[in-house]
Design a protein around this ligand. Structure first.
Ligand code: ACO
Length: 329
């Protein structure tokens, strides 16, 4: 296993809105059942932001916790990267709102759009910015308020999503811990499988586009499922191979939390026992870019992710986007 590292995670934090929507609550909104949702997805409940909470608010709360753990003053941040598909506004970036909230006056701030893989795209960028030698203190946030673009009349999607944010401070490695391998990939042939069609330059907001419900998530669930299983498994295999290790040397896998069946298939593909896979999709639903940093923070807080552990993060998302990060904690 590689023993030279460029960057490491020095602080983690997450935030979710207070309000919880259970499967039983959803039974009152659409034609669904508690049992269908639980058995088809593994989800029991999800957190939902109120009308006054935007993505930058959850991001800021998560970021403050990560900065506190890293013992880093926001003024010393060089870069803020927010991965999101639910920005506060199309522009300015959510990163700039977070910068303002934190008083991170010396940072460059921007967003990346890679759906559920966004946090791993952000970690990959942070690792390489630190490798370049030009940047030291980087805040990577994965944050979403997906319930704001959820069509509450569409039972095939509205039961799936939740809101939240997770943040990581990435700094030069201390030599003991660090990022070992990163992988990011996309397949733009699959853009139509998972999309919010309205609100961009293709279909700007009009009365018509709103009447046609084009400002909500549209998903071909079964196709997404098939591609997700293939993509997550492939990314996990390729990353372990690139690092020259097998899953036997892995302590923990923290996958994107979209569906427990996709997670099980990914673990099976790399022959990793489910006891070594962190799952919290039951409590938060699919929070897209926030799902991995929320799970990562929880695993650390519960003592499941410990110093010296080898951990694999793996994701897929709309685009299609694929990501994996292998690190020693
Ligand atoms: N409640 C009850 N029945 C439902 C519901 C619901 N909420 N939703 C769909 N059904 C019905 C369908 O209408 C269908 O009925 P039919 O057989 O009479 O036609 C039946 O259940 C089966 O539907 P499928 O779509 O085949 O169900 P499937 O087992 O594929 O599960 C699911 C659907 C959970 C969406 C699954 O396909 C999945 O998890 N896909 C991947 C989703 C995902 O990971 N998305 C990532 C988004 S990440 C991002 O980038 C934002």
């Amino acid at each position: 296993m590689q023993d030279k590292y460029d960057s490491m995670i020095t602080g983690l934090g997450f935030a979710v809105p207070e309000k919880i929507l259970t499967n039983a609550d959803l039974e009152k909104i659409v034609d669904t059942t508690e049992e269908w949702i639980r058995t088809r997805t593994g989800m029991s409940e999800r957190h939902v932001a109120d009308e006054n909470t935007a993505t930058s608010d959850l991001s800021t709360e998560a970021a403050k916790k990560a900065l506190a753990e890293a013992k880093l003053d926001a003024k010393d941040l060089d870069v803020i990267i927010v991965a999101t598909v639910t920005p506060d506004t199309p522009f300015p970036s959510t990163g700039c709102y977070v910068q303002k909230n934190l008083g991170a006056v010396n940072a460059a701030a921007f967003d990346i759009s890679a759906a559920c893989s966004g946090f791993l795209y952000g970690l990959t960028m942070a690792d390489n910015l630190i490798k370049s030698g030009a940047y030291k203190n980087i805040l990577v946030i994965g944050a979403e308020t997906l319930t704001k673009i959820t069509d509450w009349t569409d039972r095939s999607t509205c039961v799936l999503f939740g809101d939240g944010a997770g943040a990581a401070v990435v700094q030069p490695s201390d030599g003991e811990s660090g990022i070992i391998k990163t992988l990011i990939k996309s397949d733009g042939r699959l853009t139509d499988l998972l999309i919010m069609p309205g609100g961009g330059s293709r279909i700007p907001a009009t009365h018509e586009s709103i009447d046609q419900r084009l400002h909500y998530i549209k998903m071909e669930g079964q196709d997404v499922f098939k591609h997700a299983v293939k993509a997550m498994g492939g990314a996990a295999v390729d990353t372990l191979k690139a690092a020259g290790i097998t899953s036997k040397e892995l302590t923990l896998m923290i996958p994107h939390q979209a569906n427990v069946r996709i997670i099980q298939a990914t673990a099976k593909r790399i022959k990793l026992p489910m006891e070594q896979v962190y799952i919290n999709v039951d409590k938060y639903g699919n929070t897209s870019a926030a799902s991995i940093p929320i799970a990562l923070t929880e695993a650390k807080e519960k003592g499941i992710l410990k110093k010296g552990d080898y951990c694999l993060l793996v994701s897929f998302g709309g685009g299609f986007t694929i990501g994996a990060v292998l690190f020693k904690y």
